[in-house]
Write a protein that binds this ligand. Sequence first.
Ligand code: MN
Length: 214
Amino acid sequence: MHSMIVPMGQHQLPKLAYAYNALEPVISSRLLQIHHDLHHKAYVEGLNKAELKLSEARRKRDFSLIKHWERELAFHGSGHILHSIYWTSMAPLGNRWETPGAQTIKHIMSYFDSLAIFGEQFTEAAINVEASGWALLVWQPAWGRLEILTIEKHQDLFQAGGIPILVLDVWEHAYYLDYQNKRKDYVTAWWQLVNWQDVERRLMLAMQAQMPLS
Ligand code: MN
């Protein structure tokens, strides 16, 4: 099995698997709609544009704006991927596993020692992201275990090769409408929405990846 191939410049905004109001009261309908329909859409469009501009640059053999378009490719490409995972990282009450799956628990325990300590590090990492960014649980195929990482913007500070399996958006656009400047309240409430079934699914797929260092 391999991933779906997306033709150049043809990325699409994925549909949400739940209604806009499905994550209330943690995330309001209005916030979710703006976040998905406007913010995420802009990253999809930015990614498509960067790919097409780079294609044009190759055709014309004019790389004078290469620094700009490579940056756009990274920013919007990561923005699109992270938002897509973010939507599936959450699910409405009653429609998701309330606790981590067997593989998730096993790997969290073996690296973080306990679920509580894992949760505490993830929460603190998210709260302390400077300005706009993300907290992520990733599977690092280069050393065959989990890692908690943070990202500034959509791409800075990431560890190459890591495969995100649980992500939390801490850009102000992800919470300001509902929580104003109280990021900690948003992060704390967000745990109620975590879709552990999706985390388990992503972990099982990520564990199949190979990242040889020699
Ligand atoms: Mn966002």
